[in-house]
Structures are given as C-alpha cells and as structure tokens.
Design a protein around this ligand. Sequence first.
Ligand SMILES: Cc1ncc(COP(=O)(O)O)c(C=O)c1O
Length: 262
Amino acid sequence: MIFDAEKEQKITKGQTIIEPTSGNTGIGLAMIAKIKGYKMIAVMPDSVSQERVSLLKSFGADIIFSEGKEGTNGSIKLAQKISSENPEYFMPFQYGNQASIKAHYYTTGLEITKQMPDVTHFVSGLGTGGTLMGVGKRLKEFNESIKIIATAPHPDDVVQGLRSIEHGYIPPILDLDKLDGRIMVEAEESFYWTKKVMETHGLFVGVSSGATLATCVKMSKRLENSIIVTIFADGGWKYLSSGIYEKEFSEIANDIDGKVWW
Ligand SMILES: Cc1ncc(COP(=O)(O)O)c(C=O)c1O
C-alpha cells in the first residue's frame, strides 16, 4: 500500500500515516514508516493485546484507542473522522485499498501456485478480505475450479477481529460473490486448534490460524482427494499475555470476551 501510494505521489517524506487496524497491519505500517521516514498513527480498539501496543510503540507509532466493544468497526469510524479533520494525513485504508489485493495477487497467490500447483481449496480468515481477494484472483486465473473459502466467526462469538459480515460492515475491497463459501467457527475450536498445531507440529501460531485450521479440518472430513491450502497469518507471540497457550479454554473464557485476535 505504501509503495503504491509513493508511486502515485499520494504521500511524501515526513507525512503522517493514519490507519484503523486491529494491530497487525498497523505494526507493518509502523515498521515501514520508520524505515522510510513517515510518522505513524494507529487507531485501534482498546481491547487489543498489550503486545500489539508495545510493538507499535517500539516502531515509534502513536496510538489512538477506539472503544473496544465496537471492535475494528469503531476504529474505522474514528480514523475516518480524524483523517477528515486532518487532510494532511495519509490513510492507506486497508479495507478499501486495491493495493492490498495486488500484494496478495503478486506474492501470496503466486507462491501458492508455484509451491502447491495441485491445490483444490484455499482457506483464509476474513479481516479486510485482501488475502481472499488477491489470492483468490490468482488461483482462479491459474485454475478456475479452485474453491476460495472464508473462515468467519459465529456473529455473537468472542473471537474478535474475524470479520463477521453480520456485524454490518462489508469492506469495500471484499466482493462476496468471489467467495465459494464461508465456514463459521466457534471461539473454542479456534483456540483448540491453535494449541493442537503447537503440540503436533511445533507451530506457535496466532488464534486466527487456529480458526483457519479448524475450517480445514471440517472441510477435509467432507472432501475426498482435496488439497487444501490455508494461511497462518501470524505467530503466537502477540497473544502470550492472554494465557491461551498455558490454560484450558474454560479457565480463560471469561477473560477473552471482547479481545481482538485478528
Ligand atoms: C492475524 C490475522 N489473521 C487474519 C487476517 C485477515 O487478513 P485480511 O485482512 O487480508 O482479510 C489479519 C488481517 O490483518 C490478521 O492480522
């Protein structure tokens, strides 16, 4: 998104970037802002994990908190308001930026076709939809029979950040007609598979990865001769303070309500 903005001269050195984020895109933007000499403001729910706040601060970003219970939809509204009051700020706006789709089309999607040419299904979590749209476009061009499946939360569940269309905001870059399916996951199964893959494969991943893995497991029970590719979007480091890796789901269920995992 930043390379694109520079190419199109939408941003100049020293300018301030502002972005609504559940954390991860904000951390990426803060890193690139630091390297390239921009200022960075991340607008995110006050319910995100402490690790996200610390990482953003380590990269020199300023943070403005939106109300946790409004999730990232609240961050979007607040960032849009601040940005309209400060026209000198540049907002990449990941939820509506075609460069996000392009990035996944040229990188993630291409990697998959090269490394897993026999893929039959692609599963990804739905945040902005950038991954699903970009990878989906690449895979459909490669082989139109490949199915693109979104992992979504049950609307009233506690796995925040998994974007639930039922919560009322459809990101402009997300074209629901381009998805072949949406599979709902419960928080408990997301946590279960997050821990399970650590035990079985030594992979220390974040909760959205447990959610996509739960989806793959469900699908694999119904499908024959399929090769499912999924994305583990981040590692577990940013969620350590939640205690999820050490405790049983029942022990932390009350503490995780309203936290952002995506
Ligand atoms: C951990 C994690 N998983 C999944 C996603 C969803 O990706 P996308 O925004 O491309 O839909 C994100 C987005 O930031 C994320 O941070």
